[in-house]
Design a protein. Structure first.
Length: 348
Protein backbone atom coordinates (compact mmCIF):
# COMPACT_ATOMS: atom_id res chain seq x y z
CA UNK A 1 0.00 0.00 0.00
CA UNK A 2 1.28 3.48 -0.89
CA UNK A 3 0.42 5.76 2.01
CA UNK A 4 0.82 8.76 -0.25
CA UNK A 5 -2.18 7.51 -2.26
CA UNK A 6 -4.66 6.49 0.43
CA UNK A 7 -5.16 6.23 4.16
CA UNK A 8 -4.96 3.10 6.28
CA UNK A 9 -8.47 1.68 6.66
CA UNK A 10 -8.85 0.71 10.32
CA UNK A 11 -11.39 -1.37 12.22
CA UNK A 12 -11.80 -1.48 16.00
CA UNK A 13 -13.46 -4.44 17.67
CA UNK A 14 -14.59 -3.45 21.15
CA UNK A 15 -14.89 0.31 20.79
CA UNK A 16 -17.02 1.09 23.83
CA UNK A 17 -14.55 0.33 26.63
CA UNK A 18 -11.71 2.50 27.86
CA UNK A 19 -9.18 0.93 25.48
CA UNK A 20 -11.50 1.36 22.50
CA UNK A 21 -12.30 4.91 23.55
CA UNK A 22 -8.61 5.79 23.60
CA UNK A 23 -8.05 4.16 20.22
CA UNK A 24 -10.82 6.34 18.80
CA UNK A 25 -9.48 9.48 20.49
CA UNK A 26 -6.10 8.90 18.85
CA UNK A 27 -7.00 7.34 15.50
CA UNK A 28 -9.78 9.75 14.53
CA UNK A 29 -7.14 12.47 14.29
CA UNK A 30 -4.29 10.36 12.91
CA UNK A 31 -3.27 11.93 9.58
CA UNK A 32 -2.88 8.58 7.80
CA UNK A 33 -5.90 6.68 9.20
CA UNK A 34 -9.54 6.36 8.24
CA UNK A 35 -11.58 4.51 10.89
CA UNK A 36 -14.21 2.58 8.92
CA UNK A 37 -15.56 0.05 11.43
CA UNK A 38 -16.21 0.12 15.20
CA UNK A 39 -18.02 -2.68 17.03
CA UNK A 40 -19.76 -2.66 20.41
CA UNK A 41 -22.54 -5.15 21.07
CA UNK A 42 -24.26 -3.26 23.90
CA UNK A 43 -24.22 0.00 21.97
CA UNK A 44 -24.87 -1.24 18.44
CA UNK A 45 -26.79 1.40 16.51
CA UNK A 46 -25.66 4.27 18.71
CA UNK A 47 -23.28 6.91 17.45
CA UNK A 48 -19.77 6.90 18.87
CA UNK A 49 -20.39 10.38 20.29
CA UNK A 50 -23.43 9.16 22.24
CA UNK A 51 -21.22 6.71 24.13
CA UNK A 52 -17.97 8.71 24.24
CA UNK A 53 -19.12 12.24 24.98
CA UNK A 54 -15.60 13.62 24.63
CA UNK A 55 -15.96 12.93 20.89
CA UNK A 56 -19.24 14.85 20.50
CA UNK A 57 -19.25 16.77 17.22
CA UNK A 58 -16.00 15.15 16.08
CA UNK A 59 -17.17 12.00 14.28
CA UNK A 60 -20.24 10.61 12.52
CA UNK A 61 -19.27 6.97 13.17
CA UNK A 62 -21.78 4.58 14.73
CA UNK A 63 -21.18 1.31 16.56
CA UNK A 64 -22.18 -1.94 14.90
CA UNK A 65 -22.77 -5.36 16.43
CA UNK A 66 -19.73 -7.61 16.52
CA UNK A 67 -20.11 -10.05 13.60
CA UNK A 68 -20.43 -13.77 14.29
CA UNK A 69 -18.07 -14.59 11.42
CA UNK A 70 -15.36 -12.66 9.61
CA UNK A 71 -16.77 -13.43 6.16
CA UNK A 72 -16.54 -10.21 4.17
CA UNK A 73 -16.34 -8.01 7.29
CA UNK A 74 -12.70 -7.01 6.83
CA UNK A 75 -12.57 -6.94 3.02
CA UNK A 76 -11.95 -3.17 3.03
CA UNK A 77 -9.85 -3.03 6.21
CA UNK A 78 -6.06 -2.81 6.28
CA UNK A 79 -5.57 -3.05 10.04
CA UNK A 80 -7.85 -4.23 12.84
CA UNK A 81 -7.48 -3.55 16.55
CA UNK A 82 -9.00 -5.99 19.04
CA UNK A 83 -9.82 -4.11 22.26
CA UNK A 84 -11.84 -6.98 23.70
CA UNK A 85 -11.90 -8.77 27.06
CA UNK A 86 -9.35 -11.55 27.55
CA UNK A 87 -10.49 -14.74 25.86
CA UNK A 88 -12.45 -13.28 22.96
CA UNK A 89 -9.68 -12.61 20.44
CA UNK A 90 -8.47 -16.21 20.36
CA UNK A 91 -11.71 -17.37 18.74
CA UNK A 92 -11.55 -14.66 16.08
CA UNK A 93 -7.89 -14.37 15.09
CA UNK A 94 -7.70 -17.57 13.00
CA UNK A 95 -10.42 -16.25 10.66
CA UNK A 96 -8.91 -12.79 10.09
CA UNK A 97 -7.93 -12.56 6.39
CA UNK A 98 -4.17 -12.90 5.80
CA UNK A 99 -3.93 -9.50 4.11
CA UNK A 100 -5.21 -7.71 7.24
CA UNK A 101 -2.75 -6.64 9.92
CA UNK A 102 -3.95 -7.17 13.48
CA UNK A 103 -3.07 -5.69 16.87
CA UNK A 104 -4.57 -7.43 19.90
CA UNK A 105 -4.74 -5.39 23.11
CA UNK A 106 -5.82 -8.35 25.26
CA UNK A 107 -3.61 -10.97 26.87
CA UNK A 108 -4.67 -13.77 24.53
CA UNK A 109 -1.47 -13.99 22.49
CA UNK A 110 1.23 -12.51 24.72
CA UNK A 111 2.39 -15.76 26.31
CA UNK A 112 4.11 -18.50 24.32
CA UNK A 113 3.51 -21.12 27.02
CA UNK A 114 -0.06 -22.43 26.98
CA UNK A 115 0.09 -23.73 30.55
CA UNK A 116 1.22 -20.33 31.84
CA UNK A 117 -1.62 -18.63 30.01
CA UNK A 118 -4.22 -21.01 31.36
CA UNK A 119 -2.82 -20.76 34.89
CA UNK A 120 -2.78 -16.96 35.00
CA UNK A 121 -5.86 -16.15 32.89
CA UNK A 122 -7.99 -18.99 34.33
CA UNK A 123 -9.34 -20.18 30.97
CA UNK A 124 -8.32 -22.61 28.24
CA UNK A 125 -6.43 -21.35 25.20
CA UNK A 126 -8.03 -22.51 21.97
CA UNK A 127 -5.70 -20.97 19.38
CA UNK A 128 -2.10 -21.65 20.39
CA UNK A 129 -1.25 -22.54 16.79
CA UNK A 130 -1.93 -18.91 15.90
CA UNK A 131 0.21 -17.62 18.77
CA UNK A 132 3.42 -18.52 16.95
CA UNK A 133 2.67 -15.82 14.38
CA UNK A 134 2.45 -13.01 16.92
CA UNK A 135 5.21 -10.52 17.71
CA UNK A 136 5.31 -9.08 21.23
CA UNK A 137 4.66 -5.38 20.73
CA UNK A 138 6.85 -3.60 23.25
CA UNK A 139 8.11 -1.19 20.63
CA UNK A 140 11.23 -0.06 22.46
CA UNK A 141 12.65 -3.58 22.81
CA UNK A 142 11.22 -5.19 19.68
CA UNK A 143 11.12 -2.39 17.13
CA UNK A 144 12.59 -4.22 14.13
CA UNK A 145 10.37 -7.28 14.57
CA UNK A 146 7.31 -5.02 14.83
CA UNK A 147 8.15 -3.36 11.51
CA UNK A 148 7.74 -6.62 9.58
CA UNK A 149 4.96 -8.18 11.69
CA UNK A 150 1.38 -8.88 10.63
CA UNK A 151 0.16 -9.91 14.09
CA UNK A 152 1.00 -7.97 17.25
CA UNK A 153 0.32 -8.94 20.86
CA UNK A 154 0.19 -5.55 22.56
CA UNK A 155 1.82 -5.64 26.03
CA UNK A 156 -0.03 -5.26 29.30
CA UNK A 157 0.12 -1.93 31.12
CA UNK A 158 2.02 -3.16 34.20
CA UNK A 159 4.31 -5.16 31.94
CA UNK A 160 5.13 -2.06 29.89
CA UNK A 161 5.97 0.06 32.94
CA UNK A 162 8.10 -2.71 34.44
CA UNK A 163 9.89 -3.81 31.28
CA UNK A 164 10.86 -0.27 30.30
CA UNK A 165 12.35 0.15 33.78
CA UNK A 166 14.31 -3.12 33.69
CA UNK A 167 15.28 -3.74 30.06
CA UNK A 168 18.46 -1.58 30.00
CA UNK A 169 19.75 -3.24 33.17
CA UNK A 170 19.07 -6.75 31.88
CA UNK A 171 20.48 -6.03 28.43
CA UNK A 172 23.72 -4.79 30.01
CA UNK A 173 24.00 -7.67 32.49
CA UNK A 174 23.97 -5.34 35.48
CA UNK A 175 21.53 -7.08 37.81
CA UNK A 176 22.45 -9.16 40.84
CA UNK A 177 19.98 -10.87 43.12
CA UNK A 178 16.28 -10.34 43.60
CA UNK A 179 14.21 -7.70 41.80
CA UNK A 180 11.24 -6.22 43.66
CA UNK A 181 8.55 -4.32 41.75
CA UNK A 182 6.03 -2.28 43.75
CA UNK A 183 3.46 -1.13 41.19
CA UNK A 184 0.29 0.94 41.56
CA UNK A 185 -2.53 1.60 39.09
CA UNK A 186 -5.58 3.79 38.72
CA UNK A 187 -9.16 2.54 38.56
CA UNK A 188 -9.45 2.71 34.76
CA UNK A 189 -7.14 -0.31 34.57
CA UNK A 190 -10.08 -2.44 35.70
CA UNK A 191 -12.21 -1.51 32.71
CA UNK A 192 -15.34 0.52 32.13
CA UNK A 193 -17.73 -1.76 33.99
CA UNK A 194 -17.77 -1.27 37.75
CA UNK A 195 -17.22 -4.23 40.07
CA UNK A 196 -17.35 -4.37 43.85
CA UNK A 197 -13.62 -3.87 44.27
CA UNK A 198 -13.05 -1.51 41.30
CA UNK A 199 -16.00 0.89 41.54
CA UNK A 200 -14.61 4.41 42.03
CA UNK A 201 -16.48 5.18 45.27
CA UNK A 202 -14.71 2.14 46.71
CA UNK A 203 -11.30 3.15 45.39
CA UNK A 204 -11.35 6.93 45.68
CA UNK A 205 -10.32 7.03 49.35
CA UNK A 206 -8.73 3.61 49.82
CA UNK A 207 -5.45 1.89 49.06
CA UNK A 208 -4.88 -1.86 48.93
CA UNK A 209 -2.83 -4.62 47.32
CA UNK A 210 -4.31 -7.19 44.98
CA UNK A 211 -3.20 -10.38 43.19
CA UNK A 212 -0.02 -10.76 45.31
CA UNK A 213 2.47 -13.05 43.52
CA UNK A 214 -0.20 -14.06 40.98
CA UNK A 215 -0.71 -11.12 38.61
CA UNK A 216 -1.11 -12.24 34.98
CA UNK A 217 1.59 -9.84 33.80
CA UNK A 218 4.35 -11.65 35.73
CA UNK A 219 5.02 -14.40 33.13
CA UNK A 220 4.77 -11.79 30.38
CA UNK A 221 7.46 -9.68 32.07
CA UNK A 222 9.78 -12.63 32.61
CA UNK A 223 9.26 -13.93 29.06
CA UNK A 224 10.28 -10.59 27.54
CA UNK A 225 13.22 -10.06 29.90
CA UNK A 226 14.57 -13.43 28.74
CA UNK A 227 14.32 -12.05 25.20
CA UNK A 228 16.14 -8.84 26.16
CA UNK A 229 19.12 -10.46 27.91
CA UNK A 230 20.32 -13.02 30.42
CA UNK A 231 17.42 -12.93 32.86
CA UNK A 232 17.85 -15.40 35.73
CA UNK A 233 16.81 -13.23 38.66
CA UNK A 234 13.97 -13.78 41.07
CA UNK A 235 11.09 -11.37 40.48
CA UNK A 236 8.76 -10.28 43.25
CA UNK A 237 5.88 -8.35 41.71
CA UNK A 238 3.21 -6.63 43.78
CA UNK A 239 0.30 -4.56 42.49
CA UNK A 240 -1.78 -2.01 44.35
CA UNK A 241 -4.95 -0.03 43.73
CA UNK A 242 -4.24 3.68 43.50
CA UNK A 243 -7.05 6.17 44.29
CA UNK A 244 -6.81 7.95 40.91
CA UNK A 245 -8.53 7.24 37.57
CA UNK A 246 -5.48 7.00 35.28
CA UNK A 247 -1.83 6.16 35.58
CA UNK A 248 0.67 3.53 36.67
CA UNK A 249 3.59 4.21 38.97
CA UNK A 250 6.15 1.47 39.57
CA UNK A 251 9.07 1.52 41.99
CA UNK A 252 11.57 -1.11 40.84
CA UNK A 253 14.16 -2.09 43.46
CA UNK A 254 17.35 -3.75 42.22
CA UNK A 255 20.89 -4.60 43.26
CA UNK A 256 23.62 -4.07 40.69
CA UNK A 257 26.78 -6.14 40.23
CA UNK A 258 28.97 -3.09 40.73
CA UNK A 259 28.53 0.31 42.29
CA UNK A 260 26.94 2.83 39.96
CA UNK A 261 26.48 6.53 40.42
CA UNK A 262 23.22 8.13 39.43
CA UNK A 263 25.06 9.56 36.42
CA UNK A 264 26.29 6.08 35.44
CA UNK A 265 22.80 4.62 35.70
CA UNK A 266 21.26 7.43 33.72
CA UNK A 267 23.91 6.91 31.04
CA UNK A 268 22.97 3.23 30.70
CA UNK A 269 19.32 4.16 30.16
CA UNK A 270 20.10 7.08 27.86
CA UNK A 271 22.17 4.83 25.60
CA UNK A 272 19.55 2.06 25.54
CA UNK A 273 16.70 4.45 24.73
CA UNK A 274 18.63 6.81 22.46
CA UNK A 275 16.21 6.09 19.58
CA UNK A 276 13.05 5.90 21.74
CA UNK A 277 11.21 9.20 21.72
CA UNK A 278 8.49 8.05 24.08
CA UNK A 279 10.83 7.15 26.94
CA UNK A 280 11.83 10.25 28.89
CA UNK A 281 14.48 10.30 31.61
CA UNK A 282 13.68 12.70 34.43
CA UNK A 283 15.51 13.94 37.50
CA UNK A 284 14.31 12.30 40.70
CA UNK A 285 10.82 10.89 40.66
CA UNK A 286 8.42 11.09 37.69
CA UNK A 287 4.79 12.05 38.27
CA UNK A 288 1.77 10.33 36.72
CA UNK A 289 0.27 13.75 35.97
CA UNK A 290 3.11 14.46 33.54
CA UNK A 291 2.28 11.39 31.45
CA UNK A 292 -1.52 11.33 31.81
CA UNK A 293 -3.27 11.13 28.39
CA UNK A 294 0.13 10.79 26.64
CA UNK A 295 2.20 8.00 25.11
CA UNK A 296 5.24 8.78 27.24
CA UNK A 297 6.85 6.61 29.89
CA UNK A 298 8.90 8.70 32.31
CA UNK A 299 11.79 7.04 34.15
CA UNK A 300 13.68 8.37 37.18
CA UNK A 301 16.38 6.94 39.43
CA UNK A 302 17.81 6.86 42.93
CA UNK A 303 21.13 5.14 43.74
CA UNK A 304 23.01 4.14 46.87
CA UNK A 305 26.11 2.09 46.14
CA UNK A 306 24.94 -1.17 44.58
CA UNK A 307 21.33 -0.48 45.49
CA UNK A 308 19.16 1.33 42.99
CA UNK A 309 15.52 2.08 42.39
CA UNK A 310 14.02 2.87 39.00
CA UNK A 311 10.77 4.84 39.03
CA UNK A 312 8.46 4.29 36.06
CA UNK A 313 5.30 6.28 35.28
CA UNK A 314 2.90 6.02 32.35
CA UNK A 315 -0.75 6.32 31.40
CA UNK A 316 -2.19 2.80 31.58
CA UNK A 317 -4.68 3.55 28.79
CA UNK A 318 -2.22 5.15 26.35
CA UNK A 319 1.39 3.94 26.57
CA UNK A 320 0.00 0.98 28.50
CA UNK A 321 -2.59 0.14 25.84
CA UNK A 322 -4.01 2.19 22.95
CA UNK A 323 -1.08 4.54 22.37
CA UNK A 324 1.41 1.72 22.22
CA UNK A 325 -0.90 -0.12 19.82
CA UNK A 326 -0.92 2.90 17.50
CA UNK A 327 2.85 3.24 17.87
CA UNK A 328 3.13 -0.36 16.64
CA UNK A 329 0.68 0.25 13.80
CA UNK A 330 2.79 3.17 12.63
CA UNK A 331 5.86 0.96 12.34
CA UNK A 332 3.93 -1.84 10.64
CA UNK A 333 2.84 0.59 7.89
CA UNK A 334 6.19 2.30 7.43
CA UNK A 335 5.31 5.51 9.27
CA UNK A 336 7.30 7.45 11.83
CA UNK A 337 6.27 5.85 15.12
CA UNK A 338 5.41 9.27 16.59
CA UNK A 339 2.69 9.94 13.99
CA UNK A 340 -0.60 10.84 15.63
CA UNK A 341 0.89 10.43 19.10
CA UNK A 342 2.24 13.88 19.89
CA UNK A 343 -0.02 14.09 22.93
CA UNK A 344 0.88 16.38 25.82
CA UNK A 345 0.03 15.82 29.47
CA UNK A 346 -0.98 18.34 32.10
CA UNK A 347 0.65 19.71 35.24
CA UNK A 348 -2.23 19.30 37.77
Amino acid sequence: MQLSQRKIKVGIFGGSGYGGSELLRILLFHPHVDVVLVTANEHAGKTVAEVHRNLHGLTDLSFVKQPETMDGVLDNVDCVFFALPHGQAMSMVPSVPPQVKLIDLSGDFRLRDQSLFESHYKQPHTAMDAQAGFVYGLTETNREAVRTARLIANPGCFATATLLGLAPLVANGLLAGRVVVDAKTGSSGSGAKAASNTHHPQRMSSFYAYKPFTHQHVPEIEQELTHVGDWTNELIFMTHSLPVARGIFASIYVETKRELSATDLRGVFADFYRDSFFVRLVDGSPDINWVKTTNFCDLGFAVRGKQAVVFSALDNLVKGAAGQAVQNMNLMFGLDEKTGLMLVGTNP
